[in-house]
Design a protein around this ligand. Structure first.
Ligand code: PEP
Ligand code: MN
Length: 334
């Protein structure tokens, strides 16, 4: 349920109403806009007398929110949320490019790629240390060492870092990681989501291979229900009957998620397509569709990459993409 307060409501009147509502065993989520303040009520609101609430002098309107996702719902928070990712802003007009290898491999590799993507204009560095691989015989990531090397690249370049967590028991290792990624395969790992909800880390939540957008939003809700509202949504392609591309990029996810939610939306064209030749056009299309950022895999030597080489851009290709991206952004975000 949402309660919209009239513009002239004083802080004292607002707090008094919040206190009364909390006494009815509901959580109150306050969103202060330029004109109106919206109180989002979460919990069992069935027993709240809507007519009584509506009759209060300071109340403009009261509406039930039929969707099961509340805190990430745009009705709760009409303005775009701007998420802080290690000092870099994403959302609400702030566009950010996250780039880096699928996996951290060596110090030279990650520091070298970090320096080159930074020079091309990337704002965050990605690199997997815990890799969710289909085969147990494939490279699984460098684990703690990978995160240490990523930290060194951060120290060297000043770029905030993004890395995937697969197990809450590793959380302490992520102290220096600015954005914790929840991969597609863990989108509905509810205990992981709840655990991350208890942290104050920025979370990049990727859409599952076979999940609907509403399910993605329910997973974001798990994180937010725990108190952590720093969530970025990521469309990375879904399974369809098409096999030419690794997945099918659902670009309409961008405007749909923006319609339903106030959270920032980034697009990963690398995992969506699986082929480096297709990455630039989909990255540009994502920006044109209104995405708040993109995440792109970049490798200094894609042919010898330990993971996802086929979809990785070289630093030169990435630099070229960034030049084109600048021009697209000038048109779609003047
Ligand atoms: C990744 O970003 O390296 C990754 C494994 O992505 P996804 O979870 O989308 O497959
Ligand atoms: Mn990858």
């Amino acid at each position: 349920m949402i309660t919209v307060l009239k513009p002239n409501t004083t802080d004292e009147q607002r707090d008094h109403l919040i206190h009364w509502l909390e006494g009815q065993q509901v959580q109150v989520h306050v969103s202060k806009g330029d004109e109106y303040t919206i109180l989002g009520l979460v919990g069992d609101t069935a027993h709240i007398d809507m007519e009584l609430l509506e009759s209060l002098e300071i109340v403009q309107s009261v509406k039930r929110v039929s969707e099961p996702f509340k805190k990430c719902n745009r009705k709760f928070h009409p303005e775009d949320t701007v998420v802080n990712a290690g000092g870099v802003l994403i959302g609400g007009g702030h566009f950010a490019v996250i780039a880096g290898p699928c996996s951290v491999e060596t110090r030279e590799q990650i520091v070298g790629i970090a320096e080159s993507v930074k020079a091309s204009g990337a704002k965050l560095l990605r690199g997997g240390a815990f890799k969710p691989r289909t085969s147990p015989y494939d490279f699984q990531g460098l684990h703690a060492t990978g995160l240490e090397l990523l930290s060194e690249a951060k120290k060297d370049t000043g770029l905030p870092i993004v890395s995937e967590i697969m197990d809450l028991r590793d959380l302490d290792l992520f102290a220096d990681v600015d954005v914790i990624q929840v991969g597609a395969r863990n989108m509905q790992n509810f205990e992981l989501l709840k655990g991350l909800g208890r942290t104050d880390k920025t979370i990049l939540l990727k859409r599952g291979l076979a999940n609907t957008l509403k399910e993605l939003l329910m997973s974001a809700e798990y994180i937010m229900a725990g108190g952590n509202e720093n969530v970025i949504l990521c469309e990375r392609g879904i399974r369809t009957y098409e096999t030419y591309t690794r997945n099918t990029l659902d670009l309409s996810a961008v405007p749909v998620l923006h319609e339903l939610s106030h959270l920032p939306v980034v697009v990963d064209p690398s995992h969506a397509t699986g082929h480096s030749s297709l990455v630039p056009s989909m990255a540009l299309a994502a920006a044109a569709a209104g995405a708040d950022g993109i995440m792109v895999e970049v490798h200094n030597d894609p042919l010898h990459a330990l993971c996802d080489g086929a979809q990785s851009l070289t630093p030169v290709q990435f630099d070229h993409l960034m030049g084109q991206m600048k021009r697209v952004l000038e048109v779609v975000r003047p």
